[in-house]
Design a protein around this ligand. Structure first.
Ligand code: ATP
Length: 328
């Protein structure tokens, strides 16, 4: 399987220009690049050397592209030194995690319900293709220009434990990220099934609606989760938001200790989103305007700092000359 539209995977490097690093994670670095033939930006995730034994499920890429909420994979990257990676759509708005950082809290409620439902749709789609995601969390839910969900990093479950345990923040367990892992997955003989994702989805819901990271500062997350500890819903239940009780109820059923009791989620997320869908345009605009304002403000602060530096640089020698002149 080569990248759709690319002459050959080996030739791909020649087709990419202006590569700029945008971030890095446990599996490697992510670059933004301009595809010279296609004329649009793509993201290239280049795997770390120790992930070289990872085999991409290439055959399924094109199949997955039929779900609009799953990140589109264009093909495989092969670098000049044998580096390997994936070429995907570039998501200019980052992820739910970057959104949380920008907003310092939860998004407007209609957007929160939309993020929840679109993630549920993407997850459900993968499950129908017999793929268990195993790492649902805010930084794997990427956002397009209009803040629609593009689920990324699916299928990384095939990466060996040694690669995963090398994660920079050491919060990553045998599979996935500790805070989002169901209790049964801590058992070394565990075989991943869909109920894993349903559990992670409930923690993701909690994070989206609270705008927070689950279990902040816990050093013994694993023990707490196996003992039945879950994120606190008191603050969520005190919110005056249509559907919040049903949402918390869904969360609680999804993070049941017994995987067999975790429900089918799509109907509820669809129903909850439908209550807010009339206001989705306004909510998205509100966030985007806020975002652009922030960029503009940062730009002004930066230009102000730059001019202060330039003025100081110009004035310092002048000031020194005056001091010498006066002292003479
Ligand atoms: P980990 O994989 O260790 O769980 P992670 O998901 O943050 O962590 P990556 O998936 O490698 O790691 O992503 C690193 C950074 O690159 C993140 O900030 C992410 O938002 C960004 N990123 C990843 N894929 C894309 C993409 N297709 N478009 C734009 N940004 C992306």
């Amino acid at each position: 399987q080569t990248c759709g539209g690319c002459p050959s995977p080996n030739g791909l490097i020649e087709h990419l220009g202006d590569m700029l690093e945008v971030g890095s994670g446990g599996f490697g670095r992510v670059y933004k690049a301009r595809h010279k033939d296609w004329g649009f930006d793509v993201a290239v995730k280049i795997l770390k050397e120790d992930a070289s034994h990872y085999t991409f499920k290439e055959g399924s890429f094109m199949d997955l592209a039929s779900c609009e909420f799953v990140l589109r994979v264009h093909g495989v990257y092969k670098g000049p030194l044998g580096e390997r990676g994936l070429v995907t759509d570039y998501m200019s708005r980052g992820s739910i995690e970057s959104l949380q950082t920008k907003l310092s809290g939860p998004p407007p409620w209609p957007l929160a319900f939309q993020l929840a439902h679109q993630t549920a749709l993407a997850m459900n789609f993968l499950h129908h293709k017999n793929i268990v995601h195993l790492d649902l969390k805010p930084n794997n839910i990427l956002l397009n220009d209009e803040l629609n969900v593009r689920l990324a990093d699916f299928g990384l479950s095939t990466v060996s434990k040694s690669v995963v345990s090398d994660n920079r923040n050491s919060h990553t367990g045998p599979q996935g990220t500790l805070q989002y892992m169901p209790p049964e997955a801590f058992d070394l003989s565990y075989n991943p099934v869909r109920a894993f994702d349903i559990y992670s989805f409930s923690i993701l819901l909690w994070s989206i609606f609270s705008g927070k990271e689950p279990y902040p500062g816990y050093s013994i997350v694993k023990a707490r989760i196996t003992e039945g500890d879950r994120p606190d819903c008191k603050d969520l239940l005190s919110l005056n938001v249509d559907g919040i009780r049903a949402l918390v109820d869904l969360m609680k059923r999804c993070w049941e200790g017994d995987p067999d009791k975790r429900p089918y989620i799509l109907k509820t997320t669809e129903e909850l989103f439908s209550r807010h869908s009339d206001n989705i345009r306004r909510a998205v605009d509100e966030v985007l305007i806020n975002w652009i304002d922030q960029i503009r403000r940062n730009h002004i602060i930066l230009s102000h700092r730059m001019s202060t530096v330039v003025i100081t640089a110009l004035l310092t020698p002048l000031h020194k000359c005056c001091t010498i002149f006066i002292s003479i």
